[in-house]
Ligand binder design. Structure first.
Ligand code: NAD
Length: 405
């Protein structure tokens, strides 16, 4: 919120306009119940926050997590408004969460929970209204249950009502790796501007999950040298370079990248402050904070996770003149991939993989150019501020045109 007020200052927005931007249009709270395997009814709480629809239907993921809260869902839905606007997608922002530990449920319980969640919110979603997608702990299987339930309940085969579906249900194969692919290409564009190119640059990636592993693969293909990777168990550093395919094989075989045979084992804390050209935090939020930001040795940070830097860290790194490519651009390959899927579903078309990749990357490159131009125009602000100014300004213009502010 503090950030939004800062952007409001740059864009000369008055308090009423900021208020209209900050407050979500609708937050739906639902009670989701399922009969447990032990015969007792289990009850869960969930929310869908529909933050802003000035640019189009709400769009954003659904997360299943034991700690999710209404405030978190609202904050994340606002971030989706800015991300969709920045990428010039015809969407507003939305997000949902159910407070549940999915690992404590059987597969049958998880399916019922997913279907009952759609039963609770189906009136408020649809391809022209609000389009859910995967997020933390939800995947293409959960999206399949969502769309099946939606079709059964409404009687409409509206495949664009949910994205992140398997290919057989109108999904696109690119979606699995689009976030990592997009991040690698944005890192290259940023390296061209701030580091004289990506070729031979050393890269450390925290988090070798879906995003981190694909980012590593595509960064290597672009000529960068992966020198550090990690997961929840710890990390490994090797300045001769880490073989990404071998690291994937080790992770699948042993459960963790710490068993990668060549290199030095390090903790996640050590990994983040190790020497490298480019640092990609791609695991959790708030991992770079006021205590470790002064020790960061990277020359460029590209945010993979959502919110990996605290506001204090942002300030320290800006002061140290270490550029940070913000999450709303760097990890937007997923939502741009979702847009391609949705547009295909709406048109009844099936896009080729190469064509989808091209569309995603060109959209992200355009956003990068726009941010970089704004960054230069503003002169004394960081890349995150430049990105937010571009994103918020577009939403404000749409709201003004529609008479929403
Ligand atoms: P994932 O679950 O596939 O991978 C997460 C990785 O982080 C795993 O390797 C895990 O071991 C590691 N990890 C967990 N706790 C850790 C810790 N304490 N220290 C270091 N590593 C730890 O998730 P993902 O899809 O790769 O997403 C990673 C981040 O990127 C999340 O913040 C997510 O919200 C964000 N994101 C992902 C996508 C996407 O399309 N995958 C899109 C946008 C944003």
């Amino acid at each position: 919120m503090k950030k939004l007020y800062k952007i409001g200052g740059i864009l000369s927005l008055h308090d009423d306009e900021l208020q209209a931007l900050a407050i979500p249009e609708r937050v739906i709270q639902v009670k989701v119940q399922i009969p447990g395997a032990d015969g007792k009814i289990k009850t869960f709480i969930g929310w869908r926050s529909q933050h802003n629809s000035a640019l189009g239907p709400y769009k954003g993921g659904v997360r299943y997590h034991p700690n999710v809260s209404q405030d978190e869902v609202i904050a994340l839905s606002m971030i989706m408004t800015w991300k969709n606007s920045l990428l010039q997608l015809p969407y507003g922002g939305g997000k949902a969460g159910i407070r549940v530990d999915p690992k404590s449920l059987t597969r049958a319980e998880l399916e019922l929970l997913s279907r009952n969640f759609i039963d609770a919110i189906y009136k408020y979603i649809g391809s022209d209204i609000d389009i859910p997608a995967p997020d933390v702990n939800t995947d293409s299987q959960v999206m399949s249950w969502f769309i099946d339930e939606y079709i059964k309940i409404t009687g409409k085969v509206d495949l664009g009502a949910v994205t992140g579906k398997p290919v057989e249900l109108g999904g696109i194969s690119v979606r699995e790796y689009s976030t990592g692919l997009g991040l690698a290409h944005i890192a290259k564009l940023a390296a061209d501007k701030f580091l004289d190119g990506i070729e031979g640059r050393s890269v450390i990636i925290q988090g070798f999950g879906n995003l981190g592993s694909f980012a590593a693969k595509y960064l290597s293909e672009l000529g960068a040298k992966i020198v550090g990777i990690s997961d929840s168990k710890g990390g490994v550093l090797n300045y001769d370079g880490i073989d990404v395919n071998k690291a994937l094989e080790v992770k699948h075989r042993t459960g963790s990248v710490i068993n990668y045979p060549e290199g030095k084992k390090v903790t996640n804390d050590e990994l983040l402050v190790s020497q490298c050209d480019i640092l990609v935090p791609a695991a959790l939020e708030n991992v770079i904070h006021k205590y470790n930001a002064p020790k960061i040795q990277a020359k460029l940070i590209v945010e993979g996770a959502n919110g990996p830097l605290t506001a204090d860290a942002d300030e320290i790194l800006a002061h140290r003149q270490i550029p940070v490519v913000p999450d709303i651009l760097a990890n937007s390959g997923g939502v741009v991939g979702s847009y391609v899927e949705w547009a295909n579903n709406k048109m009844g078309e099936i896009i080729e993989e190469e064509e989808a990749k091209k569309l995603i990357l060109s959209r992200m490159e355009k956003a990068f150019s726009e941010i970089y131009k704004k960054y230069n125009d503003l002169g004394d602000q960081d890349l995150r501020t430049a990105a937010m100014v571009v994103a918020v300004e577009r939403v404000v213009k749409a709201m003004r045109a529609r008479g929403m502010i």
